[in-house]
Design a protein around this ligand. Structure first.
Ligand SMILES: Nc1ncnc2c1ncn2[C@@H]1O[C@H](COP(=O)(O)OP(=O)(O)OP(=O)(O)O)[C@@H](O)[C@H]1O
Length: 874
């Protein structure tokens, strides 16, 4: 019990005992408790001590840890501080950098802005300058285009042969080779560099053509430039495009295209036809066109048809100016075409038939000239007039030298033929360029075939091809020089073959009549031969009888008197369209052999005044080999009121203002003349009044002897001309003229007669005055019975006279009163028959008139000539 409880239970007063007792009682548990407490205290003390110890140890540990941590933390702190420092530093650096960058950015921005501003300024200036430049450039191009157009127009007017040059790219196998092409300019300039020579003055040669296509030029570009020319075929022009160049230089590529052809790389041939078809379609309501194609090949100087399907190799004849329908090779197949597909088919056939050989230069090398001719006939549906144009597309054989090809046998023969025909082409070009009186077209089939295009009123373009490689330098140079010469040729303005519907109908009739007359002429020739045989028999009988009887003068050769000649003429006139015709041709082929008889060129109207329907006739009197068929045309003069030839001529003269009295010239045997660049003929003034009254222009003269011919030349100028011409014949001419005497009037006198030489025909550099070539210049005049014409012959071959060399050259005039004042200006219009040695020639005027002349050995034969005819129309 607790003290409190005892207090509560002992409300009665307690004795000491009690209290003592109670205290003792109380004291006992307390002691126990005290003891217990002491123990507990002791335990607690131990425990406390232990706890203290443990706490102390923990504290120590903690302290240690704390210290360690502090250390660590300090280290960390230090590291961090360090890092912080670093970071701070780099940050500040970065900041600085950023700042710098920012400044730099600002600077840059400022700079950019400034630059932008400048640029804008400059751009603005550039823009302005550019605009000025563009304006200037467009002006320049405009001027260039205008210049080009003007140049082309001038060329059209002059009729220059256009020359385009094309440079073939290196073929893959040649790609490492050195090029010879130094420069190709926009305006057709080309500079050729000689790789073998050090750079210097002589190592380069420049050429200028109408256009120069570099190695990158596309087929389309090449065609585009020729397109207008080609299109003019549809307006009735004749166009000729020919490709020239050494083997492998790209002629076939330009004209046809590569072997694996697609429309993109089609050559000129396909594009041209394609274009023509397209245009005909657009004009379908205005014109009706018919297009036909011929493909020919000239192989070993033989013309062959490439459009044969039966494999035949018929040799074909070329007939210039003689065919009504414009076909120069009338016997070759002409295939009508209406689409490009037709053309492709034909070309395939042509290619198949074409002779292709192989040489060391080019495996695909074509050893023949190929000529695709496109004939176009158009009809103006409104007016009925007819256009007739032709387009020759000529791929020439390679122009390289034979020795380079290393060929033998057949290949050599082919190459020689090619070279011959190309050199004939060169000769023709030279003659044309020098405006020579005589152009040797007949020296090769190629030049014969191209005659109308080279010397006629055609538009002609030559593509000259060159290879760029150094090995070909020599060939390239000679090719370009040739092309340069070609570019100088002036053909005269091209003319369209347009005819009114009526003329066309008349022409057709004429053509038919011509055929009838040709048949009749053949019959006459047979009859004539029979008569001749009969006459010869009769002569033989008469001679036999004379030999038996007394001798007479008849056995000696003698010249006929003029009366006899007149009588002869009369006889001929009465049989004008009969026997005389054939006989004339016989005599035409005769080569004069008697030196004493002057060769004379004669023209005679051969008309019969009684006959109101005078016949005009043209004849081709070549040797049978060259021209087996004789062509004749008859023409009714009376249709326009003319009752005879003179009337007709007068009429023509009044209609056309011609250029003068001289209407033509000719030479025969030009194989000699063409190497002799003398091309002069002489005309003389009338020398006496009677002759003048008779309308003669020239005196009748027979030289006393061939060794002392009459030489009566005027003109001090003659000498002067010679001196100023710088001709290489000058010194010899002076020698010659020194031998001549002159009279008080300054005329040259070399016999009883005097002549005033009043004109000459010569080379282009001699516009006036007379050129004579020593030492045997002879001037002959021939008085014709009817007085209509006069002739002159000037023999020009050094040291020999006409008969000696067989070379005759002449000109003829028509009387100014009745003469044919037509424009017979071009000498080449005078068709010489020289190669066939028949001494006859024909001259055609533009309006279709023609005259035929004979260079015969005697006066009497002259009268057989029947020159007045109309030209056989195409
Ligand atoms: N402009 C060109 N671009 C690309 N290749 C061309 C070009 N011109 C020619 N060639 C190639 O050059 C080679 C010879 O060309 P091409 O046959 O046309 O010469 P060519 O002068 O007609 O020869 P050939 O005288 O033998 O007829 C051909 O392989 C042809 O494809």
């Amino acid at each position: 019990m607790s003290l409190k409880e005892e207090e509560v239970d002992n409300d009665k007063p307690m004795t000491f005992q009690d209290s003592r007792h109670q205290i003792d009682n109380n004291k006992q548990p307390d002691d126990k408790r005290l003891l217990h407490f002491g123990d507990a205290k002791k335990d607690m003390e131990v425990e406390s001590k232990e706890l203290v110890l443990s706490l102390q140890s923990q504290l120590t540990d903690s302290y240690k840890k704390m210290q360690e941590m502090e250390y660590q933390s300090n280290r960390l702190k230090a590291t961090l501080r360090e890092k912080d420092d670093k970071w701070q530093k780099s940050l500040s650096r970065l900041l600085k950098g950023t700042q710098d960058l920012r400044w730099a950015q600002l600077d840059a921005k400022e700079e950019i802005l400034r630059l932008q501003f400048d640029w804008k300024d400059q751009l603005k200036n550039f823009g302005e300058e550019l605009q000025t430049l563009v304006a200037a450039a467009s002006g320049y191009h405009k001027v260039l285009a205008e210049n080009r157009q003007l140049y082309n127009e001038v060329q059209d007017l002059k009729g220059n042969i256009r020359v385009y040059c094309r440079v073939r790219p290196f073929l893959t196998k040649d790609s490492t080779k050195q090029t010879t092409i130094d420069y190709i300019g926009e305006n057709g300039e080309l500079v050729l560099a000689n790789p073998g020579k050090p750079v210097g003055k002589d190592s380069r040669r420049s050429f200028t053509f109408n256009r120069c296509f570099d190695t990158k030029s596309l087929q389309e570009e090449v065609f585009l430039d020729t397109q207008p020319l080609i299109r003019s075929v549809l307006d009735g022009f004749n166009v000729c495009i020919f490709a020239y160049g050494q083997t492998g230089s790209g002629k076939t590529f330009t004209m046809s295209g590569p072997t694996n052809m697609t429309p993109t790389n089609w050559g000129v041939n396909y594009r041209a036809l394609n274009d023509l078809f397209e245009i005909t379609q657009t004009r379908v309501h205005v014109f009706r066109y018919e297009i036909g194609v011929q493909m020919l090949e000239i192989y070993n100087e033989q013309v062959r048809d490439l459009l044969v399907t039966d494999g035949s190799h018929k040799k074909l004849e070329i007939r210039n100016n003689s065919q009504l329908n414009g076909l120069n090779v009338p016997d070759a197949n002409i295939m009508p075409v209406t689409s490009t597909d037709d053309v492709l088919e034909l070309m395939k056939l042509g290619q198949k038939n074409r002779a292709v050989g192989s040489t060391s230069l080019n495996d695909r090398s074509s050893r023949s000239h190929s000529v695709v001719t496109v004939h176009v006939q158009g009809k103006d549906l409104e007016s009925g007039s007819i256009f007739r144009g032709s387009l020759h597309l000529v791929d020439l054989a390679g122009s390289e030298r034979v020795d380079k090809s290393e060929v033998t046998g057949d290949r050599l023969k082919e190459a020689q033929h090619i070279n011959k025909s190309l050199s004939a082409l060169g000769d023709v070009i030279s003659a044309l360029a020098q405006k020579n009186g005589h152009v040797p077209y007949r020296n090769s089939k190629l030049t014969q075939l191209l005659q109308d295009s080279l010397g006629g009123q055609a538009k002609t373009l030559m593509f000259v091809h060159i290879s760029p490689d150094a090995d070909s330098f020599g060939e390239t140079m000679s090719t370009l020089k040739f092309a340069e010469r070609v570019a100088t040729v002036e053909l005269g303005a091209a003319r369209s073959n347009k005819e009114s519907g009526e003329i066309q109908i008349l022409k057709d009739q004429v053509y038919q009549l011509k055929e009838v007359v040709a048949k009749r002429d053949a019959e006459i020739a047979i009859l004539n031969n029979t008569i001749k045989e009969q006459l010869e028999k009769a002569d033989n009988i008469a001679n036999t009888e004379k030999v038996k009887g007394k001798p007479t003068n008849a056995s000696k050769p003698r010249r006929r008197t003029s009366n006899e000649a007149q009588a002869q003429k009369g006889r001929k006139t009465t049989t004008e369209n009969g026997n005389a015709n054939a006989e004339n041709r016989q005599s035409m082929r005769k080569i004069p052999g008697d030196k004493k008889t002057p060769s004379s060129l004669v023209l005679s109207t051969g008309h019969d005044p009684e006959d109101s329907t005078e016949h005009f006739e043209s004849s081709s009197a070549c040797s049978p080999l060259d021209s087996p068929t004789e062509n004749k045309v008859q023409f009714e003069v009376s249709e326009d009121g003319a009752v005879n030839v003179f009337e007709k001529l007068k009429l023509l003269k009044s209609r056309r203002k011609g250029i003068g009295k001289r209407v033509g010239s000719f030479d025969s045997h030009h194989s000699l003349l063409e190497h002799d660049d003398v091309s002069e003929y002489v005309k003389a003034k009338p020398l006496n009044t009677t002759q003048q009254e008779a309308g003669l222009v020239f005196d009748t003269t027979t030289p006393a002897s061939p060794s002392q011919p009459e030489r009566n030349f005027t003109c001090q100028e003659l000498n002067d001309t010679f001196q100023s011409s710088g001709d290489d014949t000058l010194s010899s001419f002076q020698d010659y003229t020194q031998q001549l005497k002159t009279d008080s009037n300054g005329r040259y006198v070399a016999g009883a007669k005097k002549y005033d030489v009043v004109a000459e025909m010569g080379r282009s550099n001699q516009q006036s005055g007379l050129r004579l070539r020593p030492p045997s210049n002879m001037v002959y005049g021939q008085d014709l019975a009817n007085g209509s014409f006069e002739t002159v012959l000037l023999d020009t071959i050094g040291g020999q006279n006409a008969q000696d060399t067989g070379c005759k050259r002449g000109s003829f005039l028509l009387n100014s009163d009745v003469g044919l004042d037509e424009d017979f200006g071009d000498e080449e219009a005078f068709e010489s028959r020289g190669t066939c040695q028949d001494d006859t020639a024909s001259l055609y005027s533009d309006s279709g008139m023609s005259a035929e002349a004979e260079n015969s050995g005697s006066v009497d034969q002259n009268k057989k000539v029947r020159p007045n005819s109309i030209r056989p129309q195409k």
